[in-house]
Each structure stands twice: as C-alpha cells, then as structure tokens.
Design a protein around this ligand. Structure first.
Ligand code: ADP
Length: 318
C-alpha cells in the first residue's frame, strides 16, 4: 500500500496582533499591526506533511467563516474532503418584523460555532502568547463507521489533541486495530483525569502491537525551541541531540515551528518501512531535515503558510 497520512485535528483562524511586549494583567495596549492567517495544529501539521511532499488528508470542522482556510490547504496539496462546515441553521419563522429579527439573532448567538480561533500576541523578537477558542473543532462527534471510513487507504495517522479527547482516543484505538503507524503529538497535554479514565488501559495494547507499533513508541523526541531537539531512538544508548538550524535572517514568528517539525518527521517516517526499526543514522538524517524545516518556518510569519517546501529544505541542507 502506498503511504498516505490522515490528520484528525484542528483548523483555526489565527489572528495576530503585533505588540511591542506581551500584555500584562490589568494593562491595555495597542497593537502596531494585525493579520489573519490559517492555523490550528491539525492544519499546520497537514500542511507540513504536504509541503514535505507526502500525500495527506485532514478530517475536522470549520464554521461558515472558514472556507478560505480550506482553499489555502487545498492549494498546498492537502485533501480537505473530510472537513465539515458547521453552518448555522436558521429556524423558519412565521413571525415577522422586529420580533422575527430579534428571535433569529438570539437563536444564532446560541447555536453558531465559528471556526476555531487563536488570538496571538507577537513581539518584534518573535515571542508569542496565544489564547485558543475551540469553536467548530469541538462540534463533530465522529461515529465508529465514520472513523473507519476516514482511515480507509491510510498508512499513517497524525493526532494533536486540539479536538475532543474521546475522539482522539477513538482514532488511536481504530488505527491500532488496523495496524496504522500512529504519531501522537499531544498538545495540549491531556489532563491526568483524561489519561486515567480512557487512555491508560490501552497503553498495554499499544505495547503489544507487534512490529507495526506506533511511531511514538519508536521514537521519543522533545523540541527545545531555539535550543534544537533531543530524541531517543529505540536501541540507542545515548539520545540524539541536534542544534537548531542556523537561520538566514531574524526570527520573525515561532508559531507553528513545532508543527512544522512534526509534519516533516511524519513525512520522513512515511518513506521508511514501518516494520523496520530506524537506525540511529537514519533517525538523525530524518531529524536533521525536520529541524532545518522548523528553522525555516520561524523565518516567516504565519503558521500554516510558513511551512517550507521540501526542495528548499534540501537546498539549505546541501
Ligand atoms: P513548539 O512550537 O511545539 O513549542 P518549539 O518552540 O520547541 O516547538 O520549536 C520546534 C523546533 O523549531 C525547534 O526544535 C527548533 O528546531 C525550531 N526552532 C524554534 N525556534 C527557533 C529559533 N529561534 N531558531 C531556530 N530554530 C527554532
């Protein structure tokens, strides 16, 4: 089967407010600029896999305001057929005049789910601070039949945890049963209660999965911002430590750097035989490419759109 990755994750509209410094409690500041761009960890990682040159699809949800996000992702090569638009369903009212308008507005306020939002303060040094609104990312309840349908033809699954926890667990379970290579980049981390209540009993199952075990078990990595990345590969006595890439110019925006790293890592895993354990040398090559891509991502503003193309990453590495 040729490799194809499914991302079940979030799609957000990122609203960037350019500020001299991150706002403090009780303080009101003015922004020096404003931009609206595509984001959400699911969309960012799907874009990174596509820009790294591997086939990828995303399943998720946006509101009526998110059509342009889907257009942008499609242009980058991500299949968005599995993304639902959660529309406001207006009641057909027999009422007329001012009362009708009033009832309609109240109904809309109660039911509308906009596309997920990230309100991002960004300083000239590239430091950021983010508030997330879940919005439509929490509107879907995937049934077992829908999950099975989404996983058809997929060799890899990539999850982040910006969607309902029970959905993440359901995808992990189905992917495990189908023998997919699964990469789980939990951010935010699930709460202790969530882990205890649903995930813990299944960890033993994943351990027993045989050669096609989750890539997360193959390889543990921690990104360290400007300090680079440290990874522990199966069978290696020492962790691999890689410095961050040397930048051409200044850091402009670190949003999405971790997603770029993860997307490139998964794209690299899609090119290797999942039944083989990576050698340290192979893992290092793959990590170096991912670190280089992440470094190029921070040189550009935005998240989804700042994922570099594979050809440009390779050019910097050579
Ligand atoms: P996250 O976005 O998940 O918090 P990090 O901030 O750790 O992720 O960044 C992920 C990777 O991006 C790092 O391991 C590094 O390779 C790269 N990176 C992040 N910040 C910088 C920087 N200032 N200069 C160069 N590379 C960076």
């Amino acid at each position: 089967m040729s490799p194809r990755c499914l991302v079940r994750g979030s799609l957000n509209i990122d609203e960037f407010f350019h500020v001299q410094g991150i706002v403090r409690p009780g303080q009101t500041i003015s922004s020096t600029g404003f931009e609206r761009r595509g984001g959400g960890k699911g969309a960012n990682q799907a874009a990174a896999v596509a820009r790294a040159g591997e086939p990828v699809s995303i399943v998720g949800a946006v509101g009526d305001d998110g059509a342009w996000l889907l257009r942008d992702l499609k242009e980058m090569g991500v299949s968005v057929d599995g993304v639902c638009t959660v529309s406001v369903r207006m009641p057909r009212l027999a009422l007329c005049g001012a009362l009708s308008v009033c009832v309609t507005v109240i109904y809309a306020l109660r039911t509308q789910e906009p596309t997920g939002r990230a309100i991002i303060q960004l300083t000239p040094a590239g430091e950021n601070c983010i508030i997330l609104h879940k919005g439509a990312n929490y509107a879907l309840q995937d049934t077992p039949a829908q999950i099975e349908q989404s996983l058809l033809g997929m060799s890899h699954l990539l999850l982040q945890n910006e969607i309902p926890w029970q959905t993440t667990v359901a995808y992990l379970t189905h992917a495990h049963d189908r023998g997919l290579v699964t990469v789980f980049n939990p951010s935010p981390m699930p709460s202790d209660d969530e882990i205890r209540s649903t995930y813990a009993p299944r960890i033993g199952d994943i351990g027993k999965a045989g050669p096609k075990r989750a890539a997360a078990v193959h390889e543990h990595r921690v990104t360290l911002g400007a300090a680079g990345v440290v990874a522990l590969t199966v069978g290696a006595l020492m962790p691999v430590y890689l410095l961050a890439a040397e930048l051409q110019g200044d850091v402009r925006d670190t949003t999405g750097a971790g997603d770029c790293f993860t997307g490139y890592l998964v794209a690299g895993l899609m090119q290797v035989d999942p039944s083989e354990v990576l050698t340290t040398r192979e893992a290092t090559t793959l990590l170096r490419r991912s670190v280089q891509a992440a470094g190029m991502c921070v040189e550009k503003r935005g998240a989804t759109e700042s994922m570099p193309k594979r050809v440009d990453v390779e050019a910097r590495l050579s």
